[in-house]
Design a protein around this ligand. Structure first.
Ligand SMILES: [Cu+2]
Length: 125
C-alpha cells in the first residue's frame, strides 16, 4: 500500500469510529429539571435517534414529570423504560406522553428503549 492509501484507510476507520461514538455515546446534553407550579420537576424530552436531553438532573423526594415527545416512527424508540422505578410507557409518534414518579434515593438511574439501544440517565441528587 502507498502512503496515500494508508492515510485514506486510516481516515475512513477514524470516521467510522467517530460516527459510532457520535450516535451511541456522545451526550446529547444535560438538563437540570425546573420545578413547575405544582411542585413537580418538569423536563421535556425529545425522542429522535436518542433522547434529548439524555442526562436529566433532578432532586430526590420530589415528583418528576417527564414529557416525552417522539419525533420519529422507528419501532426502536416506541417504548421508554425506567427499570429502577418500574416505569415504562408507550410513545406514539408525534404525541406528548407524560411519565410521573418520585425518585426517593439519590443516585444514577438509566432509562432506555425496549432493546437498550437508546439510553439516557436520570441523576437524582
Ligand atoms: Cu430500541
Amino acid at each position: 500500500m502507498t502512503t496515500a492509501q494508508i492515510l485514506v484507510t486510516a481516515g475512513g476507520v477514524a470516521l467510522c469510529i467517530f460516527i459510532a461514538w457520535f450516535f451511541w455515546f456522545a451526550p446529547k446534553g444535560q438538563t437540570r429539571a425546573a420545578t413547575g407550579a405544582g411542585g413537580a420537576q418538569e423536563v421535556a424530552v425529545t425522542v429522535k435517534g436518542g433522547y434529548t436531553p439524555d442526562v436529566i438532573v433532578v432532586k430526590a423526594g420530589q415528583p418528576v414529570r417527564l414529557h416525552f415527545t417522539r419525533r420519529e416512527s422507528s419501532a426502536c424508540s416506541e417504548k421508554v423504560l425506567f427499570p429502577d422505578f418500574n416505569q415504562s410507557v408507550l410513545l406514539p409518534a408525534g404525541q406528548e406522553v407524560t411519565l410521573e414518579f418520585t425518585p426517593e434515593k439519590p443516585g444514577e438511574y438509566g432509562f432506555q428503549c425496549q432493546m437498550g439501544m437508546l439510553r439516557g440517565k436520570l441523576i437524582v441528587e
